[in-house]
Write a protein that binds this ligand. Structure first.
Ligand SMILES: [Zn+2]
Ligand SMILES: [Zn+2]
Length: 412
């Protein structure tokens, strides 16, 4: 199967693939509630005569297409399905019909591209080797995440074989023009954990320090003290995209501990009994991540004790950091170069946002890459980024996304 054949098939089917995308876009569903999206995918897979199993992480689906010699290798392709709690402001004719819910992260495009690829793979199955698993994953946007649940439910072994040898996912990027792709080998996206700290002590009159525990000052000292943990990994003002990627060693991969919420509800002269803080830890290094968890607890306790207060620390683990396996990244990059031309394939910087595809990538050599969706020539300001009510990806990208997923199924 050569690239041109797949490119032609993606182009030939583009109207029906765009129609699928628009249907999903107009009827978005929040994480864990993707009932109608699930139905639409089931209907399309049945129409294409592709076998599937539904019900993983509630509305997830795993489908299988077998080529020649199906036991020789298995590649899994993943698309997420969920939308966001945002009211769409685009005024497109196929804009969301559901108030307060919008596909503002492009998961409608991801699902459409995977269904488009499914059609190509099914039609050409006598011309390629191995097995392709199509993984439609719910609930990416909400903590907990569908990926982790699907893995625990053994969704990738749905058809009784061992785990796939490779796994791929694409994600739309409004930072890249349509017709371009972006890749980052190795560490790519951050882990994300939530930190909750309550500082407790005996409040009272601010002017009688002998009789009170200064919970507010203790909280402030803890905030400053925690910065020591990421001291050598500070993200500079200019952002990580400006750091020379080659200059980042594993020990200096950036990390952030930041607090966005502090509640100490006293008065000018009243120290409260409790101060509550909530923040986030982000890092690209799993070893550092678990070390940081311990250090956060130790530091908070030490500072609290010194001030006669008590710190209660709770850390909720979110998504792990995403590591793109170099060999899988190389294979996907090559496919993109064949499809879009070498000059339209770029190397990406690290990203401090998170992705639950990271759970799959912990188990299977994987690559998540970016599909350019911004119309060239349109000004940055008018485009709307991911998670924006004005996000309008260029649908021409669906042709590229469909083709590359089919190529990776066959040859990735
Ligand atoms: Zn998102
Ligand atoms: Zn997303």
């Amino acid at each position: 199967m050569n690239t041109q054949t797949i490119k032609n098939l993606a182009a030939k089917n583009i109207n029906s693939t765009v129609e699928i995308r628009r249907k999903i876009h107009a009827n978005p569903e929040l994480s864990g509630m993707e009932k109608n999206t699930n139905k639409l995918i089931q209907k399309e897979l049945s129409r294409l005569n592709i076998e599937f199993k539904s019900g993983y992480s509630k509305y997830g689906i795993v489908a299988r297409i077998e080529g020649k010699n199906p036991a020789s290798r298995t590649v899994a392709l993943r698309a997420d399905m969920d939308a966001l709690p945002i009211t769409e402001a685009t005024k497109l004719q196929y804009a969301s019909k559901i108030k307060g819910v919008m596909h503002a992260c492009g998961h409608d495009i991801h699902t459409a591209c995977l269904l488009g690829a499914a059609k190509i793979l099914q039609e050409t199955r006598r011309e390629w080797q191995g097995t392709v698993l199509l993984v439609f994953q719910p609930s990416e946007e909400k903590y907990g995440g569908g990926a982790d649940v699907m893995l625990k439910e053994k969704a990738l072994q749905a058809f009784g074989r061992k785990m796939p040898q490779r796994m791929y996912a694409l994600h739309v990027s409004p930072e890249l023009s349509v017709g371009t792709f972006g890749f980052k080998s190795g560490q790519y996206m951050a882990s994300t954990d939530e930190i909750y700290i309550t500082v407790s002590g005996k409040g009272g009159h601010a002017a009688l320090p002998k009789e009170t525990t200064n919970t507010v000052l203790t909280a402030a000292q803890i905030l400053v003290g925690l910065q020591e943990i990421t001291k050598n990994r500070t993200v500079q003002k200019e952002g990580i995209s400006k750091i020379k990627q080659t200059a980042i060693s594993k020990d200096t991969l950036p990390a952030i501990i930041a607090f966005g919420r502090i509640i100490g509800d006293g008065q000018t002269n009243v120290i409260p009994d409790n101060v509550e803080m909530a923040g986030t830890l982000r890092t690209f290094d799993e070893k550092f991540r678990s070390k940081a968890h311990k250090q956060i607890v130790l530091t908070a306790n030490k500072i609290a004790r010194r001030n006669g207060a008590v710190a209660t620390v709770k850390i909720d683990s979110g998504y792990p950091s995403l590591y793109n396996t170099p060999s899988a990244t190389m294979a996907a990059r090559k496919a993109a170069e064949n499809l879009a031309g070498k000059k339209n394939v770029v190397t990406l910087p690290l990203r401090l946002t998170a992705e639950d595809f990271a759970f799959f990538a912990q188990k299977i050599p994987s690559c998540l890459f970016r599909l350019g969706v911004s119309k060239s020539g349109v000004s940055e300001a008018s485009k709307g980024g991911l998670h924006s009510a004005n996000f309008i990806p260029d649908e021409k990208a669906i042709e590229y996304g469909t083709a590359i997923m089919a190529m990776l199924g066959i040859d990735g």
